[in-house]
Design a protein around this ligand. Structure first.
Ligand SMILES: Cc1cc2nc3c(=O)[nH]c(=O)nc-3n(C[C@H](O)[C@H](O)[C@H](O)COP(=O)(O)OP(=O)(O)OC[C@H]3O[C@@H](n4cnc5c(N)ncnc54)[C@H](O)[C@@H]3O)c2cc1C
Length: 405
């Protein structure tokens, strides 16, 4: 494994760094506790679209002009056509500088768009990709259901053919951003008699279609990020199907591959630990930091783990860059990364003691309550994108050759 940049990668890194330095205004960068302890990086979703564009619009346009809203998309669809390694470098530089991502809330640029590029018709590409690449259209993902999460192939939402449409009935859950989304990517059962993985189709649904209801779910951090979505005779035109009827499972797993490969690209944990250490140093002796002789050693452990995580991510990326398909490796990186999220937030909570437990809004909350929200959000990393137990199953079966659980 090669840890250092090649001369070409170093040149690309320098180009991206200077582009960000010159073009991204200091005022919109998220640094220190604002960036690292952001409560799951949901700041953008809590802003209205108007606020988001008022704040970040000029920067988003600069990214869009260079295809950097969707860096890995081919240039013909408005992306920058970057290789896996270049995209990784770009992501690292964006994280280091605290520059906001241009993509409008992730699912469109990260998962829906790439799936449409691979499986969509020319008409679908024309209709949907431009709105994603300009950052205009927000997308959501209607996969999980009350009885289909880890066992996603168990989806029970039905789509029954009726002339040129499908009529959809059923329920989705944990649908992030459904309340602000224009479109949903939906998995629904089109053949109830086929075996589990074979009777599913993949659709795009306009969120304004009659019969579709979005009901908020407020998470334990007190925020409205995800929702329940109910379908009551929702008509979806057949031209909204991506790929072939009853072959949607295979399209869906492509979307999940995009989702999971995105998970392994972050260097944010190293920044979190550094920011936490800076915060502790700055606030020592003010009464905000707990006097705990074990704290420096615990911080050292987190720093070591963040370095291990970076190496695991580099392993995944370097495999992808060589055209290999990581599977147990992605699960190892995802598992380590999401559990490290939890450990770092616990260390931060320990460092700030009772002050850390106070919410944003309390005049006594240290760091504006960011430790409290990060602590509550950290758990979600071990669930979203495949739970820790499921990752352990994959590592045991594909990595160690143990029988499937
Ligand atoms: C922040 C967040 C955002 C999300 N956003 C979306 C979204 O936008 N769209 C969407 O479709 N979904 C979304 N999800 C849902 C997510 O994909 C599911 O929560 C996840 O797949 C787990 O499914 P579940 O919640 O039904 O839990 P279950 O699958 O019911 O699991 C319950 C528990 O049982 C364990 N378990 C299950 N099966 C096994 C097994 N075979 N072996 C060992 N243990 C097992 C699990 O690990 C877990 O601890 C989101 C989740 C989170 C946390």
């Amino acid at each position: 494994m090669e840890f250092t940049d090649t001369p070409q990668e170093a040149a690309f890194r320098a180009e991206m760094r200077s582009f960000i330095e010159q073009e991204c205004p200091e005022g919109i960068r998220r640094r220190g506790f604002r960036a690292a302890f952001g409560g799951g990086g949901w700041d953008d979703i809590h802003m209205s679209r108007e606020e988001y564009f008022k704040r970040n619009g000029a920067w988003v346009k600069k990214l869009a002009d260079r295809g950097l809203i969707a860096p890995a998309w081919p240039k013909e669809y408005g992306g920058a056509g970057l290789s896996v390694m270049e995209q990784f470098i770009f992501t690292q530089e964006m994280s280091l500088s605290g520059a906001p991502r241009g993509g409008n809330f992730g699912i469109g640029t990260g998962w829906a768009g790439p799936t449409i590029i691979l499986y969509g018709t020319d008409e679908q590409k024309q209709k949907y990709l431009t709105g994603i690449i300009k950052g205009d259209d927000v997308w959501c993902q209607g996969f999980s259901e009350p009885g289909a999460g880890s066992d996603l192939a168990n989806v029970q939402t039905k789509a029954v053919k009726d002339g040129d449409d499908y009529i959809v009935n059923g329920q989705k859950i944990w649908t992030s951003g459904a309340h602000v989304a224009k479109y949903m990517i939906l998995l629904a059962r089109t053949d109830p008699d086929a075996s589990k993985h074979k009777g599913i189709s993949y659709f795009i649904v306009d969120m304004k279609t009659p019969g579709l209801t979005v009901r908020p779910l407020v998470n334990m951090a007190g925020n409205h990020d995800f929702n329940e979505v109910f379908f009551d005779n929702v008509r979806v035109p057949k031209e909204n199907m991506i790929g072939e009827e009853n072959r949607g499972w295979y399209v869906g797993t492509t979307t999940l591959d995009f989702e999971r490969s995105g998970i392994a690209t972050s260097i944010s944990h190293t920044l979190m630990v550094k920011d936490l250490v800076d915060f502790i140093k700055e606030n020592k002796g003010t009464g905000v930091i707990t006097e705990d002789a074990g704290l420096p050693n615990e911080l050292a452990d987190r720093m070591i783990e963040a370095a291990v995580e970076e190496n695991l991510c580099t392993m995944v990326i370097s495999m992808q860059n060589r055209g290999l398909v990581p599977n147990k490796e992605s699960s190892i990186a995802k598992l380590f990364s999401s559990e490290l999220d939890v450990r770092i937030s616990r260390t931060a909570m320990k460092a700030l003691g009772l002050y850390g437990q106070l919410r944003t809004g309390s005049e006594y909350a240290a760091a504006n309550g960011r430790v409290e929200s990060t602590y509550l959000y950290a758990t979600t990393s071990t669930v979203g994108g495949g739970t820790s137990e499921i990752q352990r199953n994959i590592i045991a079966s594909r990595g160690l050759g143990m029988p499937r659980a």
